[in-house]
Ligand binder design. Structure first.
Ligand SMILES: [Zn+2]
Ligand SMILES: [Zn+2]
Ligand SMILES: [Zn+2]
Length: 601
């Protein structure tokens, strides 16, 4: 800051300390003295000269070396800079297309997609406020600054043609050629100083800032691997500290090389902290090492955890959190298992039921899948893996496990294998399993692939070679009507399940199939329920349902009428009516007839 103020007021740039930390010889009284040794002597000198008013010791912060903790001092020394506001030594002219670095970067930052969105403002502020980029470092080895000085007249040779010449040598011999070869072998043959005609040169000994190395990686990697990569990169992904580091230096290098940002999108993530939000450290013993998690629970669990957390902030990880992820994983895996288990013998090409002929609840399941697929794909597109995970998890646990699978179990086990009712459910299950494998593939790479291999029908060798499910339903109005109708049914079902639970607790019934549900409800709801009347007993998983118009809404549970069917455990007054199958209900009698006919054929 002293330097900038001095510069602003036209003061001479003055540095009285040499590279060894001693006052230079010209400094009166203290020349050659180490500055820390000189400090008390300066106080003494001021005192003796009668110029010291007061002196006392007090504690204050002081910059120090992060490694050896020694105090450091700031010296004004000649360095190489990349100018933020001048191009070829000329300040920015308004409206010019040929913008200097700062203006160009600010324009490019606006074109990049930032995840999370606040990244844009953070990056813009970095460029608005930053000083010129000091790219020289005084180290004995690194990527050299390819500049020469004329020994005759001290003219600096910083010519793009010379830089290219040196770069060609580096391409063959690496940058170590700078150290291995004399100046004469690094310069083009017969090169002479444009100012004095001399041919003796001295090479620069400073090296480049390592951020210049990483910043130029975008150009070095993306361009030299043109077969598989291209400039700009689709995504840069790193921790939030890289707004100052890699994102920043890459932006500058990208603009220098191509006049544009080196990335289309930038994603930043927080740090892993423990279950209480505390920083993980070995001494606290709260570190969750990725390899340990993989050894204990598998890579799927670690990946699923990473998807389940909000990575835009610091993310918590602990054994307890991981055990919840394991739980979620089991539920998602069981969903696939259930579907696969019920697709045994199903040939999608021959056995699928056309959508128009499917049972309404099966069409509802497929419409729900469509909604979930859209959410998951939007999550992936936005790099919002938490949203994708959440949509999949809810679909598996609520929509499928607690509702759909529960309800179709009866149909899958009881109806004749070739019946349209059973094949309708299988058609939906097949569509669900196929889509879920594709949608889960990025999060559950192995589990989804294993399920994929066990799905019936012709398919790619691996789910990772297959595409995401495409949106197939075009009639959005009909779809949303279907979904809201079933939301209404499930709301009533929730009330029925509560009443059944209460009846079970009071030992009035054991299994819900022992129950008859008597619903009393208003006229519109009665009309609505009558449209679905034949399905209601399956939706509620009871043997009989009655719907009566009346107020207020009530659910009454009674013992089901008739006898228990030996095959499906539903109660029916018709058990015993069928000569060939005296212990089963009318539904099972039909199914058994069909199964026997098929077996005889
Ligand atoms: Zn040090
Ligand atoms: Zn010269
Ligand atoms: Zn039965």
């Amino acid at each position: 800051d002293d330097f900038h103020i001095g510069k602003a007021y036209g003061l001479e740039i003055y540095n009285p300390v040499d590279a060894a930390g001693r006052f230079i010889a010209e400094v009166e009284h203290f020349g050659g003295m180490n500055i820390f040794d000189a400090n008390p002597k300066i106080v003494e000198f001021l005192d003796e000269s009668g110029m010291l008013l007061h002196s006392e010791k007090y504690q204050h912060r002081y910059p120090h070396c992060w490694r050896c903790k020694n105090p450091v001092i700031f010296r004004a020394t000649p360095q190489w800079f990349i100018s933020m506001d001048e191009k070829f030594g000329v300040p920015a002219s308004a409206g010019s297309d040929d913008k200097p670095l700062r203006a160009a970067a600010l324009a490019e930052i606006g074109k990049v997609k930032w995840h999370p969105a606040w990244g844009e403002g953070r990056m813009a502020n970095m460029f608005k406020g930053r000083p010129d980029w000091c790219v020289s470092r005084q180290r004995s080895w690194g990527v050299p600054i390819p500049v020469f000085y004329c020994c005759g007249c001290e003219e600096t040779v910083a010519d793009p043609k010379i830089v290219d010449h040196v770069a060609d040598i580096f391409a063959k011999e690496t940058a170590d050629a700078w150290y291995a070869r004399p100046e004469s072998e690094l310069l083009p043959e017969g090169f002479t100083c444009t100012k004095c005609g001399g041919s003796d040169f001295r090479k620069e000994t400073d090296i480049l800032d390592v951020w210049f190395d990483s910043g130029s990686s975008c150009v070095a990697v993306l361009e030299t691997r043109g077969e598989t990569l291209r400039f700009p990169a689709d995504v840069y992904l790193e921790g939030g500290d890289q707004y100052r580091g890699w994102f920043n230096s890459s932006m500058s290098c990208g603009i220098a090389a191509h006049g544009s940002a080196p990335y289309r999108q930038v994603i930043t993530h927080g740090w892993v902290v423990d279950g209480e939000g505390k920083k993980q450290s070995k001494s606290l013993g709260n570190v969750t090492a990725p390899q340990e998690i993989i050894d204990k629970s598998g890579a799927e669990i670690l990946r699923l955890w990473a998807a389940a957390v909000d990575y835009t902030e610091d993310v918590r990880c602990s054994d307890e959190i991981l055990s919840r992820v394991v739980d979620a994983y089991r539920k998602m895996r069981n969903t696939l298992r259930y579907a696969l288990g019920n697709l045994d013998g199903f040939d999608p090409a021959a056995d699928s039921v056309a959508e128009a002929e499917m049972l309404e609840i099966d069409r509802w399941a497929l419409a729900s899948l469509e909604i979930v697929a859209a959410k998951v794909l939007k999550g992936y597109t936005d790099y919002d893996f938490q949203a994708a995970y959440g949509a999949l998890y809810n679909f598996c646990t609520v929509t499928l496990s607690a509702r759909y699978f529960d309800i179709i179990k009866d149909r899958l086990y009881i109806f004749a294998p070739r019946s349209i009712e059973r094949r309708s459910a299988q058609t939906a299950l097949y569509g669900i399993a196929d889509s879920l494998c594709r949608l889960m593939a990025p999060l559950l790479a192995f589990t989804s692939d294993e399920a994929w291999e066990n799905l019936p029908g012709e398919r790619e060798a691996s789910v990772h070679m297959a595409e995401f499910p495409a949106a197939t339903r075009l009639d959005e109005a009909a779809e949303s009507e279907l979904l809201s109708r079933w939301e209404r049914i499930f709301a009533i079902r929730d009330e029925v399940l509560k009443a059944l639970e209460a009846a079970r607790n009071e030992k009035q019934i054991g299994s819900s199939l022992e129950a008859k549900v008597i619903l009393t409800t208003d006229k519109p709801t009665t009309m609505f329920l009558m449209e679905h009347f034949t399905e209601l007993r399956y939706i509620f998983i009871v043997s009989q349902v009655e719907v009566h118009e009346g107020e207020p809404f009530a659910v009454k549970i009674e013992k089901a009428d008739g006898e228990k069917c030996e095959r499906c455990w539903n109660y029916s007054t018709r058990v015993g009516e069928f000569e060939n199958y005296p212990t089963v209900c009318e539904r099972c009698s039909e199914a058994l007839k069909e199964i026997e006919t098929a077996a005889a054929a």
